[in-house]
Write a protein that binds this ligand. Structure first.
Ligand SMILES: [Zn+2]
Length: 238
């Protein structure tokens, strides 16, 4: 019996691009409808026209695709948001790269978690618009969506209620100043759902470092983007 090819329309974000064979490209795509899927864009490298020069990192697209075992086939793409502001400076690219890598690490293929999709989209929009606080808050939002961080309502060590400042432990527990054991403290509001906390550049850096530690502990390997940028920063500081 012949199985009819199923075609789908998906809204999503480009997480990664890989070149395959002579002229094709594989797009790792986090979609709202089907979770993370790998789409084969035939001829995407040979002809910019094939996808009207679309298919770039961090973009939101609406795509049509044909479902197949393994790679799905990308039939067409329309730009929803190019987020060109991310490339204004290296720091924007660095933040956006970290967001997409953490998202990829925390979502399995075709695992549909709308909260992760929303946290990533909000984070990339914030980087695009140069909004430091909102971009930094996307990291704890991603952890919450993935179920990796405890509630900020009490210390995950001693149980003390409503600590004002907390440290993010590598187990995802939020710890009060007494239990933090030297880990950097941040306002507890940073970890609250729907947070509108104002985050300084220094707090954003500490938050990022804590989140990277936690995610690396959770997935058991290092995050490439975090390491690449750290070595670049070392290099520039010299
Ligand atoms: Zn405590």
């Amino acid at each position: 019996m012949r199985v009819l090819a199923r075609q789908v329309r998906l809204s999503g974000v480009v997480l990664r691009l890989r070149d395959v064979a002579e002229s094709h490209r594989v797009v790792d795509f986090l979609s709202l409808e089907e979770g993370r899927v790998a789409l084969l864009a035939r001829g995407a490298r040979r002809s910019r026209k094939r996808f009207q020069g679309l298919l770039d990192l961090f973009q939101s697209l609406t795509v049509s695709a044909t479902v197949a075992p393994g790679l799905w086939s990308l039939d067409g793409a329309e730009l929803v948001s190019g987020r060109f502001g991310i490339r204004r400076d290296l720091d924007g690219v660095r933040r956006a790269s970290l967001l997409v890598e953490i998202t990829s690490a925390l979502t399995g293929p075709q695992q549909v978690v709308p909260e992760i999709y929303q946290a990533l989209s909000a984070g990339l929009d914030a980087v695009d618009h140069g909004e430091l606080s909102r971009a930094a808050l996307a990291l704890p939002a991603l952890l919450r969506a993935a179920g990796l961080v405890s509630a900020a309502s009490h210390c995950g060590g001693c149980g003390r209620a409503r600590p004002e400042r907390v440290a993010l432990g590598t187990s995802g527990r939020l710890l009060c100043g007494t239990c933090a054991a030297g880990r950097p403290l941040l306002p507890a509001t940073v970890f609250a759902a729907q947070s509108s906390a104002e985050v300084s550049a220094e707090q954003a850096r500490l938050l990022e470092a804590s989140v990277v530690d936690l995610v690396e502990a959770a997935i058991g390997r290092s995050l490439k983007s975090a390491r690449v940028w750290a070595s670049l920063a070392d290099h520039r500081a010299r």
